[in-house]
Design a binder for this molecule. Sequence first.
Ligand code: NAP
Length: 305
Amino acid sequence: MSSTWHILGAGSLGSLWACRLARAGKAVRLILRDPQRLAAYEAAGGLTLVEQGLAQRHATPAETADTQGPIHRLLVACKAYDAEQAVVSLLPRLAKDAELILLQNGLGSQDAVAARVPHLRCLFASSTEGAFRESDWQVTFAGHGFNWLGDPANPSAPPWLEDLHDAGIPHQWTPDILTRLWRKLALNCAINPLTVLHDCRNGGLLEHHCEVATLCAELADLLRVCGQPEAAQALNEEVERVIHATAANYSSMYQDVRQGRRTEIHYLLGHACRTAARHAQPVPHLERLHRRLVEQLNARGLPSD
Ligand code: NAP
């Protein structure tokens, strides 16, 4: 089986993974959106990773979905709202034994992708690493963190985790990946939308303790109802800890909204509200938060799905 890492999406996280794998000598191929993006990438001469102020360029080969050749290992590194269609565009190239690693934040996109490739193994990842794009093809490694990987359908770890080890990508295999993803989703729901609505840094939520606590209580009940009791444990305490630890930061959703970029609301707060409805679990504060956020996005001409 080929050991090439095909990485779909040379954005922040995809570039961060690509550069670290490439510099560890692993075979990496980027899959870019279209021939125009491929031409722009080739003109730039590769991906540049900026780490601790030092820039290093990697002339990683790139292609588009239309390129010929089988894909055995695909790291899906686009936004949640692009993942399903992006994978569909690669269906003819996915080998019978292909494995997909889904890096998307939130929940919902992983199941949508998995439903398109029911015969293939889909692994889910939850990352707390931080990266942002200074410009096209240049990514800054901004926050050290960790990556949990797992497969809700199969607890055995894949052999290629060795590659992550060799590349210095901090990771751990976990059979409880859904618990990790739900916990991260809950933290996001309790913090990010409020930073948009109150137009503040994370620390600004210190003035909105009660609102945060009410959301945490609803989220914890929801997590218990949908079979994720571990993800519900001491949620409010962790949310308060995160707010303190990241007080000076703007949340990712805040930054997306300010910069006029589409958010992943559908896979975060939207997913929480849809799950609550499916379980007939009342979440009036989460629903109100969702409505207010959708109004705010619509008012700015941004998609709210
Ligand atoms: P990003 O910087 O916006 O990158 C997404 C990339 O996907 C873009 O380069 C985009 O191409 C590409 N793309 C979209 N559709 C494509 C297609 N059909 N074919 C090829 N490429 C396609 O996003 P990101 O920040 O890396 O986030 C990716 C996921 O990781 C999100 O779910 C995010 O929430 C999660 N995450 C990110 C971070 C972080 O620090 N950035 C941390 C944890 C989790 P164009 O450049 O052509 O638009």
